[in-house]
Design a protein around this ligand. Sequence first.
Ligand code: HEC
Ligand code: HEC
Ligand code: HEC
Length: 441
Amino acid sequence: MIKKHFIAACAAVMTLSAFAGSAALAQNAPAPDQQLVQRGEYLAKAGDCVACHTTKGGKPFAGGLPIVTPIGTVYSSNITPDKTNGIGNYTEDDFDKALRHGIRKDGASLYPAMPYPSYAKVKPADVKALYAYFMNGVKADPTPNRNVDIVWPLSMRWPLSIWRKVFAPAVAIDGGDDSNALLRGQYLVEGLGHCGACHTPRGVGMQEKALTDDSTQFLSGGVIDGYLANNLRGDARDGLGTWSEADIVTFLKTGRNTHSAAFGGMADVVANSTQYLTDADLTAMAKYLKSLKPVKEGVAPLAYDEKTHQALRKGSDQSPGAMAFLNNCAACHRSTGKGWDETFPHLAQSATVNADNPASLIRIVLEGAEMPWTHKAPTQFAMPGFASRMSDQEVADVVTFIRSSWGNQASAVTAGDVAKARKELPKTVASTGSAPAPVKP
Ligand code: HEC
Ligand code: HEC
Ligand code: HEC
């Protein structure tokens, strides 16, 4: 498992207030084309630039967010139009070089913690709109950039230019066909959405193993910050095979649907980015995701099995896992394992529960989670964390129990797996065992 991913911290909690207080127009400059600026603002949301370029409580796009990489910490840049510390002196061409080619104005290469290999897909007309927004729709802020915390000689940037030549794709030269929903969806998922940055497994050079659907590795699942960013391909058990197009749209718009709810880095993606996309764009993305073949062909979906429910009701299953489930989880997820739609997610047939890699499952039980806040679904249901209440063995028992109940078919989890995940918890959780308070519907 990749321990610390270099884009790890990027999805840190951002607030949308990040977008408030924009529109500082430079005096004397020709009035910018407001439509273009607005279009750029929309595209910046589709690209989730705020996730990495704003610190919690910091000025929008003023940078400084630490991103932990295997060789040290990289800080995101100030991309406000400040002329000294931001990108106020960047021409559209300079901006394009950074955004799509990974090259700074001074010629140095950027760390791929900035997902320029995905943004290489962005078409020139959209680069223009993004530039118009960052120059005219974002307020200049003088926060200075921070140097990387990487020791010499690894801190030298020239090897990054080799990385770039080996792994970064050629940039898009034309417009693409926006009227074809499938192509539009592909454009957004592969490009601005940079979904693969989390959902595609990484190779030895930390490069995404595929940037397009020419390999079934693309979007087949990646580990980010101790969570599994699920397989988004057509697999029926651990992918989106049983989700309809509408299910995907609902998830991206509201952060929840009848199958699941967003947590970990995905809660931030929904809160900062996808909830703002138009229904047409979300439908296009869903259409494209539904076109991705499963990694493993011919695997049937899991069928619900009533036996667990009956055994829990009659009290005939007295195993430690069943008891831990009844005592800690059943109040919300119910003895049916079906929870309540859009409130407490299904554990029966859940992709998170059935994934080969139990990272997200162990993590959510230890840390708890809170659904993202969205305009369309403002009630944030939460799950308490059990880090301070349950031992490694108890967590392993309950997780193993739900992975083999109600028709679920996934391998057992050991106390050792849980102990490892516990070590990776943010200090705030590990030391106090605190978690968001449960919110009752
Ligand atoms: C996953 C995190 C992440 C996301 C998302 C992201 N960036 Fe970045 N960006 C970074 C990091 C980290 C750096 C600094 C890299 C370095 O110092 O080598 C950076 C650097 C840049 C730079 C170079 C600034 C300079 O000093 O030349 C620009 C411009 C930029 N980003 C624009 C954007 C825009 C526009 C978006 C949204 C479309 C975006 N970024 C989204 C992480 C991110
Ligand atoms: C910052 C990392 C990150 C990025 C970027 C990201 N995701 Fe995720 N995503 C995750 C994680 C972690 C999970 C697992 C937690 C969960 O289910 O919410 C996840 C889960 C999901 C799920 C739910 C899958 C399931 O079976 O429950 C969907 C659908 C999804 N992502 C779609 C997308 C799309 C589409 C994009 C691009 C627009 C995207 N994600 C970008 C991290 C990310
Ligand atoms: C107070 C109610 C509550 C309790 C108790 C609770 N959960 Fe949850 N659970 C939730 C909510 C709410 C979510 C959605 C969280 C989110 O998306 O941020 C959730 C999500 C999950 C998920 C992710 C499912 C998916 O596919 O998205 C799993 C797995 C899970 N819980 C397992 C458990 C286990 C195991 C226990 C007992 C040890 C437990 N929960 C106890 C409310 C609860």
